[in-house]
Design a protein around this ligand. Sequence first.
Ligand code: THU
Length: 161
Amino acid sequence: MSTVEYKFTYEVVDSPAGLKADDAALLKKAQEVTVNAYAPYSHFRVGAAARLTNGQIVTGTNQENASFPAGICAERTLLSTAASLYPGVPIETLAVSYNSENGPSDHPISPCGVCRQSLQEFEQRTGHPIRVLLSGLTGDIYIISQSTQLLPFAFTNDELK
Ligand code: THU
């Protein structure tokens, strides 16, 4: 028997002042677009903003539905928008933030399991890692160098070949 360790490292900065200017602007965009979320059920507004390798900025927000499973997270809204507007263009960096009516937005949230799976496939199909910035409206900012680090043992289309 052997034991295998899985670990990854990420960076933490305590304010946007610790980010490069383009990353700080991207995070600000993710925070700003939370107003566009449609979240009448959870009152949890998520905003995502991505910088593509062609320099374009794409955003997404969560869009809920009275039939709860029909709702879609901000990250997957963004991925669909990016792939529709700029097919084949990789995402360089993705920022995610939120604004909750139920509590403070002072710590990072991270993508749900379904979104991690979708991020994995987006990385794979574009052949490019997606850097991820996670933060509330205030507080620490996590910088993760590749979204697939959030999904060890991912099921991928390699298995379907
Ligand atoms: N949500 C996102 O949009 N992204 C996440 O990373 C976590 C959760 C949304 C789904 C739902 O509309 C609301 O937040 C509460 O779960």
